[in-house]
Design a protein around this ligand. Structure first.
Ligand SMILES: Nc1ncnc2c1ncn2[C@@H]1O[C@H](COP(=O)(O)OP(=O)(O)OP(=O)(O)O)[C@@H](O)[C@H]1O
Length: 582
């Protein structure tokens, strides 16, 4: 929680000013019952209308002043809370962007989303509440008790008797209820994961008639969240009825004892009326304090989750002193690369100790092309993840231009690439905006890239009287484009900056054979200096490449040119025969 204070600190002065205003407003609130008692007991018996009016005006002044000061302070508090959380969210977002693939896997994407949203919301609530109620409640509690004591010491004993009972109730209930909030947050993470999977995979779920199964999965997760929230809410809800019971019981006691005291001449009506007001105010202040406790506890759990991300050490450090590759003119080279994805302990126990890719070695020169083929899960995408340094390898080395990838800054490393991943993201923007991707690429270059990616024809068909096709508004995730159109748009984006290395991960699978062939011709013609790596399921997409790598179960079972592999790699020739029918 102390980390949160570093975020609040810059707003210290604004907070202090807000506190002062709040203090004034609260003192005015506290003064009202006292003035009322004075009017009833001292001013009215004088039967002087001008004094009654004068004290009445003072009451009016106090009520308006209290209202205005409280509203101003509350608004200031909201602004400080908003600014604090804005900075926190900004830093969290930046940090999430820098996390390595292994770190993202460790936290999980749904959990990162809920840390960005509901956890920062809890911090907002706490910062705002601390400024509003954190000042008001203690002043009312202490100031009110002192004032009641000066007004009616005997009745104050009722109050003093009830307060510890309230304190104990709040303590017991909060101790039980607060851990339940952390549990409910964890189950909410799980539910977000299911929603995310379903939204992303809605079509395939429907196509495979899995809707019922997914409904059941969501239902049980939703019930778990609702159950946990209900349990936490029900536990904490015990506070209010107990408070009300004590408040009403105390008020009854005050009225009975007060009536006796007024009757016997030991006290006056005004004092009893004021006492009743203070009594209610003080017990409400206790209620506020419980709300503050709940809010602090929730925010504490949330702060731990947020700072677990923010304090995560960078695990993809730049290591400048690494040895360069010896005597090599290759552009990209893998030397005996071995890697396995980090696993949870449970998974480790279940699975054997197999690696996801093992002893991979190959070299390609600048401007050459490499095709990678292999069964699902054989490790093809993993090779790209390692080349782009989303994960660090365990053994071996990867070089670009003879320099170890670990010695590039991540920005410089990734600047070299134009990439299309499987299911890559298309944004709700124009066609041109999606190709440009905020890189200030000229319109001519965007059009050229679209032509090379075989996207120009369909873009031209989107032309209307008012706009050309490049200004066509694409829906979120490219929902108003076909699968093949989306792939072509993504390829145009990858080509637009004329990258040093072009990486296409199964990104021509939705293209018809003719378009696929035209794409390869355009790449050979216009991107001679670009080194291309293409993962493909179709052998026709890669058979003309300079090198072909065949993967199976994380191992390289063939490497060479098409003809060499047809003769030397049985798996490759089997794929060839099954696809080309020869
Ligand atoms: N983030 C991850 N965490 C843990 N394991 C992973 C992760 N990503 C992939 N794997 C595992 O690594 C292995 C290789 O996956 P990879 O994505 O490289 O396969 P692929 O050959 O590209 O498959 P596909 O053709 O289906 O895309 C698989 O067993 C997969 O389950």
């Amino acid at each position: 929680m102390k980390h949160i204070f570093t975020y609040i600190k810059p707003y210290g002065l604004r907070m202090l000013l807000g506190f002062l205003i709040k203090v004034m407003g609260t003192f005015m609130d506290l003064g009202l019952p006292w003035v009322l008692a004075y009017i009833i007991d001292e001013v009215i018996p004088l039967k002087e209308i001008k004094y009654i009016l004068l004290w009445g005006v003072l009451m009016l002044f106090l009520s308006i002043g209290a209202r205005e000061f409280n509203i101003t302070a509350n608004r200031m508090a909201s602004r400080v809370a908003g600014d604090t959380v804005k900075r926190l969210r900004h830093d969290l977002f930046q940090k999430i962007e820098q996390l390595s693939g292994a770190q993202v896997d460790y936290f999980s994407i749904p959990s990162l989303i809920s840390r960005m949203t509901s956890d920062t919301y809890n911090i907002h609530q706490m910062v705002s509440m601390m400024q509003r109620l954190g000042v008001r409640a203690p002043i009312i509690l202490v100031g009110g008790t002192i004032l009641t004591f000066t007004l009616e010491p005997v009745l104050t004993l009722v109050l003093v008797g009830i307060l510890p009972l309230l304190g104990i109730t709040v303590y017991i209930v909060s101790k039980k209820g607060i851990p339940l909030y952390s549990k409910s947050q964890a189950s909410a993470d799980k539910m977000i994961r299911i929603v995310r999977e379903n939204v992303n995979g809605i079509r395939v779920i429907k196509a495979l008639s899995k809707s019922e199964h997914e409904k059941q999965r969501f239902k049980s997760s939703n019930e778990e969240v609702a159950g946990n929230e209900l349990k936490a809410g029900a536990t904490m809800a015990a506070i209010n009825p107990v408070m009300n019971l004590l408040l009403n019981g105390g008020l009854t006691l005050v009225v009975i004892i007060g009536a006796y005291r007024v009757n016997s001449g030991a006290s006056e009506v005004g004092k009893i009326v004021a006492f009743l007001s203070y009594f209610t105010m003080i017990l409400n202040a206790m209620l506020m304090i419980t709300r503050i406790f709940v809010s602090i506890s929730k925010a504490n759990a949330s702060a731990n989750r947020i700072f677990a991300v923010l304090n995560m050490e960078e695990d993809l450090k730049v290591c400048e002193e690494l040895e360069e590759e010896k005597e090599s003119d290759s552009h990209i080279s893998f030397h005996d690369v071995t890697f396995s994805y980090p696993q949870e302990q449970e998974e480790k126990d279940e699975k054997d100790e197999s690696t996801n890719v093992e002893s991979i070695s190959f070299q390609i020169k600048k401007g050459e092309s490499l095709g990678i083929i292999g069964a699902t899960g054989s490790g093809k995408t993993t090779l790209l993840n390692l080349l782009l340094r989303f994960y660090d390898i365990e053994k071996g080395a990867i070089y670009i231009n003879g320099k170890n990838v670990k010695s590039f800054s991540l920005k410089n490393l990734r600047k070299k690439f134009g990439i299309v991943f499987q299911n890559d993201v298309i944004f709700a923007d124009t066609i041109a905006g999606n190709i440009d991707f905020n890189r200030n690429i000229t319109r001519d270059r965007i059009v050229e890239a679209a032509k090379d990616a075989q996207a120009a024809d369909f873009i031209d068909q989107l032309k209307t009287k008012e706009k050309d096709g490049y200004e066509y508004a694409v829906a979120i995730k490219g929902a108003n484009l076909s699968g093949g159109q989306k792939q072509r748009l993504l390829i145009a984006r990858a080509l637009a900056a004329k990258p040093e290395i072009l990486v296409l991960d199964d990104s021509s699978s939705a293209l018809d054979y003719k378009t696929d062939a035209n794409l390869r011709i355009a790449l050979r013609k216009h991107y001679q200096n670009t080194t291309t790596i293409m993962i493909a399921q179709r052998i026709s997409s890669i058979m003309s490449m300079d090198h072909i790598l065949v993967m199976e179960d994380g191992k390289m079972i063939g490497y060479g040119k098409h003809e060499e592999l047809l003769n030397g790699c049985p798996v490759y020739s089997e794929i060839y025969q099954s696809q080309m029918g020869e």
